[in-house]
Design a protein around this ligand. Structure first.
Ligand code: SF4
Ligand code: SF4
Length: 347
């Protein structure tokens, strides 16, 4: 939850240690869904860090300058200690937690302190959504979760993964939710390149999902850029949309990847890497020892040349770099920030 003291502490840390503002923590490798574009459910693991170790890891992320954390998985709400983890993280970070819409209504108290709850939902078409999620009733549960969380005053948003399966619906989907003052932020379908060393496998290759109509993707980006001028519930920056549009039309990147520089990921066992498709570089507990070492700088330079994925979160944190990047996000999202803070004040 955003309080004046938290905003002040975030601003001080941003000025003191401009750098790796964003971390994504895959808290668990367990999931109760069977999404067709995802590997997690086919390769589950019941091992995960203890509550105390997660908290210790959060302290370390705070020390290296992380300001914003996203908890995903698997489904992080499957952890019994998720309330304690979210309470702890929310004191120091802008905190987002993902749910596929199946658990949040049973964890309302655990979710009250987070800044955002992201419900993943891909389409307004109930049958299609359930097909994509591999679970009957997924659409109905997600829609219900959005309503319940909102009525409870919890900041909830929807997060569709844009793929060929829903590409032509994304604008109507965005209108539907933003007209109801529900923020929308996006993922972009992609899959992990073959590797034996990756930290955490997520994207599964699926021909149905792969975006073939790149011109339509560019048009979606253009339309969202236009809509954003008036619509404060679209949580993606113009710069990110322009980068995706350019990639769709030319196959070329306007950005260099900033894995390990602007962002990092942590897996369910506490292993840290630049992104989930790269190999682990350290345990979270050893991170302070190596974080500023020459080999890490070498890796950062190496990753800048990498073009192996188009996960939208990694693009977002690559196009916005350092303190100027943070200000750019703030400026771009200023109307959204104001709307968010106003909603936070509401009784
Ligand atoms: S996409 Fe998310 S909800 Fe779906 S199977 Fe993968 S981890 Fe579970
Ligand atoms: S482009 Fe960046 S985020 Fe994607 S695989 Fe390469 S290093 Fe990882």
């Amino acid at each position: 939850m955003m309080t004046a003291s938290k905003i002040l502490s975030l601003a001080k840390r941003a000025l003191k240690s401009p750098g790796t503002y964003h971390a994504q923590w895959f808290l668990t490798r367990k999931c109760n869904y069977r999404c067709r574009g995802c590997n997690v459910w086919m390769d589950q693991d019941s091992d995960e860090l203890s509550t105390e170790d997660v908290k210790r890891g959060l302290d370390i992320l705070c020390d290296i300058g992380v300001l914003e954390i996203v908890f995903s998985g698997g489904n992080p709400l499957l952890r019994d200690d998720i309330g304690e983890i979210l309470d702890y993280a929310s004191k120091y970070f802008i905190t987002t937690v993902y749910d596929n819409g199946s658990i949040a209504v049973n964890k309302l108290n655990e979710l009250r302190k987070v800044d955002f709850v992201a419900i993943s939902l891909d389409t307004l078409d109930e049958k299609k959504n359930d097909y994509l999620k591999g679970v009957n009733g997924a659409w109905r549960k997600a829609m219900e979760a959005i309503d319940v969380l909102r009525s409870e005053g919890i900041h909830v948003g929807v997060s569709p993964t844009i793929s060929q399966m829903n590409l032509y619906e994304i604008i109507d989907f965005t209108k539907y939710f933003t007209e109801r003052r529900i923020p929308v932020w996006y993922c972009l379908y992609t899959y992990d390149y073959p590797s034996e060393n990756r930290t955490f496998s997520i994207g599964q290759r699926n021909d149905e999902y792969e975006i073939t109509d790149l011109k339509a993707l560019a048009e979606v980006c253009d339309t969202l850029i236009r809509m954003k001028k008036e619509n404060k519930y679209i949580y993606i920056t113009k710069k990110t949309l322009e980068a995706v549009k350019h990639l769709a039309l030319t196959g070329k990147r306007l950005w260099k990847c900033k894995a390990l520089k602007n962002f990092l990921v942590v897996d369910h066992l506490g292993r840290v890497s630049g992104c989930h498709v790269r190999e682990p570089v350290s345990s979270i507990f050893d991170l302070p020892k190596i974080w500023r070492s020459p080999p890490m700088n070498e890796l950062r330079r190496n990753y800048e040349q990498c073009t192996r994925c188009i996960y939208l979160c990694y693009i977002f944190y690559s196009v916005h770099t350092g303190l100027p990047g943070a200000f750019n996000i703030l400026l771009d999202q200023w109307k959204s920030v104001k709307a968010y803070l106003k909603a936070s004040e509401a009784p």
